[in-house]
Design a protein around this ligand. Structure first.
Ligand code: GLC
Length: 419
């Protein structure tokens, strides 16, 4: 009897021992654009194997503003189910108070190899609330074969040149392919349109919606000119549905061989060059065009990893964040998915540059930041008002002048006595 009882107790103890060796279950909310979800699953699985923990990957909506709404719902309810959130570069000021300080949990060397501008962006109330995972910048994709076919030696440097080329190529290609368009971009009413329209306006010298001091600057002649010009020309060379397009919709048209130019982020490169893509070997990347007298810019995007203050496994979650943001994983993601590293040394890595040649010209691309730092927790309201105003010009409901003067009034109301 006695020995039976002992054996039973031993089994229990062993079971207990096994359970604790299995470690924690970490849930991560990952993005799902292009290859994001698949790569997130692979990478977190590798960490789980290495550490004996378990990882659950939660698929989140594709549009960043829908993702923000989901995050806000969970976090303001104090939900502990999600340990790690993949957050946008514009989110620290909105969500920062819900995340833990990672500095005490992540080796200092892992932080110092990162781009320090992004580290500063991810610092909220003196705390490092997220580790940089990948950065982003808007670029112009073009069809090298079609530029050549129609006698254009170089990619366009101004918007006027781009639309001219787009019209010529579209007219020629339509003879054989009625579904062919000159230019695709992110025209839906969402954060992606804020990114595209900021590029148009800033590249005309029309500023950044709200300046660094917090002044609403959007109602100016250059911004109006930029919007009117893009809207008029886009009607001629973009699909009628472009005003419902996000990144993936634009990529779908370009990658199936039905567009000459596309505005998108770097992730579209490796997919465009993948087996089965109709444009494999026929695409290249250039800085975005600029307006008269302006300079080429690309909106600064990118994603970070943050640990929820409601997580019951903060130590393990921080370890997974350190792993995912490490040089080795970022290198792999750059090679497999053309995700732009946040570790400057990787831009000199021969294997990375072989997989994504345009990363070597990164210094020639001028980033323009959305006004998320200066507008803080109100950024999403500012951006929503902006993308709606731009959308009303693209859909022909308003002209640039009326839309931007109304927008300025609205933004000053949101600002109130200060941001
Ligand atoms: C990309 C960028 C992100 C931006 C989003 C807009 O994911 O990295 O910063 O907000 O596109 O659609």
């Amino acid at each position: 009897m006695k020995s039976k009882w002992l054996a039973g107790a031993l089994t229990l103890m062993l079971a207990g021992g096994v359970a604790s060796a299995q470690g924690a279950t970490i849930t991560i909310a990952c993005g799902a654009v292009g290859q994001e979800l698949q790569l997130c699953k692979q990478e977190t699985e590798a960490w789980a194997k290495k550490t004996g923990n378990t990882v659950k990957v939660l698929e989140t909506p594709q549009l960043t503003n829908n993702r923000l709404a989901l995050y806000q719902q969970n976090l303001s309810a104090g939900n502990s189910d999600i340990d790690i959130y993949q957050i946008d570069v514009i989110h620290p000021g909105i969500l920062g108070s819900f995340f833990i300080d990672l500095r005490p949990l992540i080796p200092a060397a892992d932080i110092s190899v990162q781009n320090q501008g992004i580290i500063a962006n991810n610092t909220y109330d003196g705390k490092l609330i997220a580790m940089p995972w990948f950065t982003d910048g808007g670029v112009l994709y073009y069809r090298t074969d079609l530029l050549k076919k129609y006698g254009f030696k170089e990619p366009p440097t101004t918007w006027a040149q781009m639309f001219l080329m787009a019209k010529v190529i579209q007219a020629g290609e339509r003879k054989a392919n009625p579904n062919f368009y000159g230019f695709v971009y992110q025209g839906n009413a969402y954060e992606g349109l804020t990114c595209d329209a900021l590029e148009w306006i800033a590249s005309y010298g029309g500023g950044t919606i709200v300046d660094d001091k917090g002044n609403v600057t959007i109602n100016n002649p250059k911004a109006i000119e930029a919007l009117n010009f893009i809207a008029q020309n886009s009607k001629q060379v973009s699909p009628p549905g472009v005003t419902t397009y996000d990144e993936e919709a634009a990529r779908g048209v370009f990658q199936s061989g039905n567009a000459a130019f596309m505005r998108n982020w770097p992730y579209a490169y490796s997919l465009g060059e993948s087996a089965g893509s109709a444009v494999k070997g026929k695409l290249a990347v250039a800085p975005l065009p600029h307006g008269p007298g302006g300079q080429s810019v690309g909106t600064l995007g990118g994603w970070q990893l943050a640990v929820s203050k409601f997580s019951k496994h903060q130590k393990e979650a921080a370890d997974l964040v350190a792993y995912l943001s490490s040089e080795a994983v970022q290198k792999q993601r750059a090679i497999e998915g053309s995700f732009q590293p946040t570790i400057p040394a990787l831009y000199k890595d021969p294997e990375v540059l072989k997989a994504v040649p345009f990363f070597k010209d990164i210094s020639g691309r001028v980033p323009v930041a959305r006004p998320s730092t200066v507008t803080g927790a109100k950024y999403n309201q500012v951006s929503t008002a902006f993308w709606n105003a731009v959308h009303s010009v693209l859909t022909g409901q308003m002209d640039g002048k009326a839309a931007l003067s109304g927008l300025a009034t609205q933004l000053n109301q949101i600002k109130g006595p200060g941001w």
